[in-house]
Ligand binder design. Structure first.
Ligand code: GLA
Length: 389
């Protein structure tokens, strides 16, 4: 059954009324990794896989939330969200987080019934949690006519994750989920939240994700640690170069090069990666507008090297999948995508070679890691929207 029909029919069967239904997409990120929380550019695109959320106010002082794919259900009791953290059903915390942020802004949302499902793999680095938060925040804004724009909604969803769920993620994922557009990537300045739509004309090349199928335990702690290391880089530059420096990506590479002997070597490597990546994004968006896909692919590959050697957020499974396709004449570029330590690689592969490429890497990956990588071929899509039901 189609996913929209499924969430609607489950909702009607359980609650006896028609809901409103909202879709919010996951994202890929072409280039610009770990630059969002450093005030830099990113170049993501919303994709044709996402979360579908059916919702309506409940008539009781409790609401029931159902996660179809996860076979989970919880009760939302009254509107005291702080007391309702769910250690087991972590997905519910993304929804509570959104309600808590609305409350902070003076919007008290009544109890709600919800059924949701998705066709985004969970934990694969395609932003299923940001899509869930975005679908919910967008839906509430529509149902209750709250008047927030998509920038405000993105900040709300990010704060929900930062403050309620406790993950210090940047803004890229939810911003893309709310603002994506079919046929385009977003060139987003994460410092100002200004963005442009950049046409994504890939000709015969396809965006292909290979999922390592692993998510190493390090993910959240290493992410927060990288953020802290970047912040100590900023503190150093503020002390020695410019006390008003707004973010790490505003520092020129020459400051870093002049500081090698005075900076902690780990902080140096983290800053080097971020500043080089920031330059690469600008070169990559120029390559895209010049339709120079070969140059674009080479930059993606350089990003992987930086993430692996300087930022140190890759892992053997990601490196293996990237190495397996590097240098192949039908592959423009390949790199790990997202926070790191698992999840997917993103590849630009000629349409005629996708199947053969997948077969090749499947057998070698299985020999080495004893598991099969999943393949997702994705296309760009619009950001969050209400669906007619
Ligand atoms: C995760 C975070 C994003 C971003 C990426 C790395 O996906 O949620 O905010 O920092 O990692 O680019």
């Amino acid at each position: 059954m189609n996913i929209v029909k499924e969430v609607v029919s489950k909702f009607v069967a359980r609650f006896g009324e028609m809901p409103r239904v909202f879709r919010a997409p996951g994202r890929v990120n072409l280039i610009g990794e770990h630059t969002d929380y450093n005030g830099g550019w990113v170049l993501p695109a919303a994709i044709d896989k996402g979360i579908y959320l059916a919702c309506a106010p409940s008539e009781n002082n409790f609401g029931t939330w159902v996660a179809l794919d996860l076979c989970g259900a919880i009760q939302m009791v009254g509107t005291d969200f702080q007391g309702q953290k769910q250690p087991e059903q972590t997905w519910a915390n993304y929804l509570f987080g959104v309600l808590a942020q609305y409350a902070k802004r003076g919007f008290m949302i009544p109890t709600l019934n919800i059924v949701f499902a998705g066709n985004l793999p969970i934990g694969a680095g395609m932003s299923s949690s940001a899509a869930l938060g975005a679908a919910f925040a967008f839906g509430l804004n529509e149902i209750f006519h709250l008047g927030l724009n998509t920038k405000e909604l993105a900040l709300l969803v990010q704060q929900a994750e930062n403050e309620y769920v406790g993950i210090k993620c940047g803004i890229m994922d939810m911003f893309t989920s709310l603002n994506g557009k079919t046929g385009y990537a977003l060139k987003l300045d994460c410092q100002t939240l200004d963005f442009q739509y950049v046409p994504l004309e890939l000709g015969a090349f396809r965006i292909v994700l290979f999922n390592t199928g692993v998510k190493h335990a390090l993910v959240d702690s290493a992410y927060n640690e990288r953020r802290a290391q970047c912040e100590s880089g900023v503190a150093f530059f503020r002390k020695h170069f410019d006390s008003e420096l707004p973010s790490l990506t505003a520092a020129p590479l020459s400051w870093l090069q002049a500081s090698r002997s005075r900076l902690d070597p780990v902080v140096y490597r983290r800053c080097q990666y971020v500043l080089e990546e920031h330059l690469r994004i600008q070169a990559a968006s120029k390559a895209l507008s010049d339709n120079d896909l070969q140059a674009f692919g080479r930059l993606m590959t350089a990003t992987h090297q930086g993430l692996r050697d300087l930022y140190e957020v890759s892992c053997p499974e990601l490196d293996f999948l990237v190495d397996a396709v590097w240098g192949h004449p039908h592959v423009l570029g390949a790199r790990m995508m997202g926070g790191g330590f698992g999840g997917c690689t993103i590849n630009l592969i000629h349409q005629d070679y996708v199947d053969a490429c997948y077969q090749d890497i499947t057998s070698s990956y299985a020999r080495r890691f004893n598991r099969t990588p999943e393949l997702y071929e994705v296309v760009t899509a619009n950001g969050a929207e209400e669906l007619a039901v």
